[in-house]
Ligand binder design. Structure first.
Ligand SMILES: [Zn+2]
Ligand SMILES: [Zn+2]
Length: 243
């Protein structure tokens, strides 16, 4: 199987997790409680992946890696928090601020840009090696259910139907696949070397600016420890991948 087929297959699994996140919005309290662990575990795993895999690999690809990392970070920031009027991770509880249907649409656009780079990260990882690809896939997968849950929750709170919420979560899955496709279309061009550092920046944004604040909102040290567990899980996965 070539790198494109591998990355498409894994991105399909990640896209499915987006949809799953959309489905569990209507399934009650237990889902919300377990979602918090995915957010904390995912943020730790993603931080490990960015700093110990994506960044070192990016530096071997291009001297411009640091500036591209910043570009990736700022792209997601621009769409998620400059254009989107209300977007944060987890269950939507600010009903009075979110009643405008436009809020749901702007949040969806912001999230679609973020999930596009989820796909770019997976595609670029598999271009380097199956080992790097699988580590990035795992980092992406762990926060995919919260991705889907978040958008479905905002779409419903902003006054749209449950069907629209599920369509929104599916759109996130679709844009992940488009991200993989975009990397493949770059083929052997020089732009391909930009895909990993840019998606490293976007992954850093999602981990440190979207997910960690949600972890910090929880009282007590339990959730903070789960972040370290996520980091430990990454180190374990990396050790297994190197065997
Ligand atoms: Zn809110
Ligand atoms: Zn994501």
């Amino acid at each position: 199987m070539n790198a494109f087929a591998q990355s498409l297959l894994f991105a399909l699994a990640a896209a499915f997790a987006n949809i799953l996140g959309g489905v569990i919005v209507s399934s009650g309290n237990w889902a919300y409680r377990s979602l918090r662990y995915f957010v904390a575990l995912g943020s730790g795993f993603m931080l490990g992946t960015v700093f110990l895999e994506m960044l070192p690999e990016s530096l071997t690809l291009t001297n411009s890696a640091p500036v591209l990392l910043l570009v990736g970070y700022l792209i997601v920031h621009t769409f998620e928090h400059t254009f989107a009027s209300h977007l944060h991770f987890g269950v939507e509880t600010h009903h009075e601020e979110v009643v405008n249907p436009i809020v749901g649409i702007s949040a969806l656009i912001g999230m679609i840009v973020h999930t596009f780079f989820d796909g770019v990260a997976i595609g670029a990882g598999f271009m380097i090696s199956p080992r790097v690809g699988i580590l990035i896939f795992l980092a992406v997968l762990l926060h995919k259910i919260p991705d889907g849950f978040t958008i479905a929750s905002i779409v419903i709170t902003s006054g749209h139907s449950k069907g629209k919420a599920l369509a929104g979560a599916s759109a996130l899955g679709g844009s992940t696949l488009v991200g993989v496709l975009a990397v493949h279309l770059l083929g052997g061009s020089v732009l391909l070397t930009y895909a990993l550092p840019i998606s490293a920046g976007s992954t850093l944004y999602v981990a440190a600016t979207d997910l960690i604040p949600e972890v910090n909102r929880e009282k007590g040290v339990k959730m903070a420890i789960v972040v370290f567990a996520g980091m430990g899980l990454f180190l374990m996965a990396r050790a297994i991948a190197r065997m």
